[in-house]
Design a protein around this ligand. Structure first.
Ligand code: ZN
Length: 154
């Protein structure tokens, strides 16, 4: 089983503390680590054999993209992004899922090109450090903020 399927299974049995909202094509969750405050994900509902966005049939692809865009907009508004970054990777788990990063000036310190660059210019161990995991109170507050913005858009 893949990590994304594990997390979806937890959503379905009510044990995923990061779960925010179910949409038609996927699930909205808050990211485990919050160096990039507001980092959220949109997990496609199905695993199957699909590894690429372009392998979805057209109608499903458009729905998935539209919902992702709404989640990104809600994330941006909820957490005060200066700019959103979007990633659809899948080299680890080949299960379609969007990483949605609210970006702000200075958030990669002086890494990258003098502080300008993608999130992965910032050291992996700093992004995934245990000290930027939200407490359960912080997590509940984040979920409420994101949920309120989603309500306005959906
Ligand atoms: Zn999966």
């Amino acid at each position: 089983m893949c990590l994304i399927c594990d997390r979806i299974e937890m959503i379905r049995n009510g044990t995923n503390p990061y779960f925010v909202r179910e949409l038609e094509t996927g699930y909205v969750v808050i990211g485990d680590n919050q160096h990039f405050y507001g980092y959220s994900l949109f997990l496609y509902k199905h695993h199957g054999q699909i590894r690429e966005l372009f392998e979805l049939d057209r109608e499903e692809k458009m729905k998935f993209l539209k919902e992702m865009s709404l989640v990104a907009e809600a994330t941006s508004k909820a957490f005060g992004a200066e700019k959103m970054n979007y990633e659809l990777l899948g080299m680890g788990d080949a299960h379609l899922h969007w990483h949605l990063y609210p970006r702000r000036k200075g958030d990669i310190e002086n890494y990258g090109n003098n502080g300008v660059g993608p999130v992965w210019c910032y050291p992996f161990e700093k992004i995934y450090s245990d000290d930027n995991r939200p407490s359960s109170e912080e997590l509940e507050a984040m979920k409420a903020k994101l949920s309120a913005e989603l309500d306005k858009l959906i």
